[in-house]
Design a protein around this ligand. Sequence first.
Ligand code: ZN
Length: 218
Amino acid sequence: MASERDRIESRPLSDRVEELLAHEGPLPIVTAGDPVLRRTAEPFDGQLDPDLLARFVAALRATMHAAPGVGLAAPQVGVCLRIAVIEDPAPVPEEVRLARGRVPQPFRVLVNPAYEAVGSFRDAFFEGCLSVPGWQAVVARHAKVRLRALDEHGRAVDEEFSGWPARIVQHETDHLNGALYLDHAELRSLSSNQAMADRWNDPTPANAARALGFLLPD
Ligand code: ZN
C-alpha cells in the first residue's frame, strides 16, 4: 500500500511547487536526515511553466534572504530539481574580504549547473548550511571553478568564479548531486555557532586548525 509520503512524492513536481507557494512567507527549509537532500536532483526541463518557475525562483530568493543565507538549492525546500539561487551582499570587514575573497555576488539563478576546477589551488574556510542549522565546519574547496549552467530564461552560462562566490557555487551545485558540505568537511573542525562566535571569528581557520587538531591545505 502506498504511504502518504509515496503519494505526495509521485505527484507532478508542478503540483508540489504550487502547493508550496500557496502558503505565505518563506518556504520551510528541510534539514539533514531528509532523503530529498541525498537524491540526485532531476535536470530542469520545463517541469514548471515559465510563470511557475518565476514564482518559485522568487520564493527561493525570499527564503534565502529570510534565513538569512547566501545560497539555496531547490532540494532544500523539498523540490528535487536542478535549480539553485545565490546572492551575497558580503557585509564583512575588509580583512575578512581580503582573506576569504568574500566579494559581493549579485543575485543569480543556476539551472542545471555543473562545475569543474580551474587550477589546483584549494582554499579552506568554515562554512555552514541552512539544512544543517547550528553548526559550521572547515571545507577545502577549489579556489576557482568554471561553471556551466542555464539562467532562469534558458540562456547558457559559462563563467569562472573565484573566492567566496566559487565556494557558494560549489556548495549549491553539490546539493543538486545529493551531497552536503559535511561529506567533505574536516570533521575535527566541527563547531557550534556558539563556538564560532566565541572563538573562531578570525578571517582564516589557522587558529582553529591548531587548537582543534586538523590540517589545512598548503
Ligand atoms: Zn547548503
